[in-house]
Design a protein around this ligand. Structure first.
Ligand SMILES: Nc1ncnc2c1ncn2[C@@H]1O[C@H](COP(=O)(O)OP(=O)(O)OP(=O)(O)O)[C@@H](O)[C@H]1O
Ligand SMILES: [Mg+2]
Length: 179
């Protein structure tokens, strides 16, 4: 059997930031560009894993942590198999962030930054509208503070920079890793 070059662990870029900051938008665009470049990469979104874990999942700290634990597990397994990974998830709690740093190898943290005022104006899922009307009281950023992560490797300010400007900065993280 021909031996390919030894399997290299992939890089995991973990995008975190408040709701509507643009994590999923940037991840989807960057994944499309990287696939076009034939970079082996997979994306995991917090919403997708939340759906998989079932309809009983709530938006409180405990269930938010469960989502992050599942994402970290999936990201690690894919990276072990040599794929690069982009995760897009709120990751608001310190316990969740500690878990990610403790368990995910070859990790880069990307902070998707945007003021809550602008996030609330975007509001593609209508969550800020629900929080403002009192229908929900668990929206981090509105009902409680969204604390920026300590020491991110990359800060993507979606209030000041367009998607087109930010995507190449994400792509570069993986091009560096491949070379
Ligand atoms: N510079 C930008 N970067 C990313 N998104 C932007 C930017 N400017 C405007 N947007 C818009 O902001 C919205 C961001 O929504 P998106 O679902 O990507 O946020 P999210 O961070 O994944 O939120 P959630 O935590 O709820 O999943 C989209 O409608 C997107 O088109
Ligand atoms: Mg999203």
């Amino acid at each position: 059997m021909n031996r390919a070059r030894p399997l290299q662990r992939g890089t995991v870029l973990w995008l975190m930031g408040p709701t509507s900051a643009g994590k999923s938008t940037l991840a989807a665009r960057a994944l499309a560009v990287l696939r076009e470049m034939e970079v082996p990469i997979i994306g995991y979104d917090g919403d997708e894993v939340r759906r998989l874990l079932g309809p009983d999942l709530e938006f409180g700290a405990r269930d938010r942590l469960r989502v992050v634990v599942a994402l970290a597990h999936l990201a690690n397994k894919a990276a072990e198999a040599g794929l690069h990974v982009i995760v897009a998830a709120l990751t608001a709690g310190q316990d969740a962030r500690d878990h990610v740093r403790r368990t995910v190898g070859n990790l880069k943290i990307g902070y998707v930054s945007c003021s809550i005022d602008v996030c609330a104006r975007r509001d593609p899922k209508g969550l800020y509208r629900k929080a403002i009307s009192g229908e929900i009281d668990t929206l981090v950023g509105y009902n409680s503070e969204y604390r920026p992560p300590d020491d991110p490797d990359l800060v993507l300010d979606t209030e000041r920079s367009s998607v087109d400007k930010l995507v190449p900065r994400i792509v570069d993280q993986f091009i560096e890793a491949e070379s």
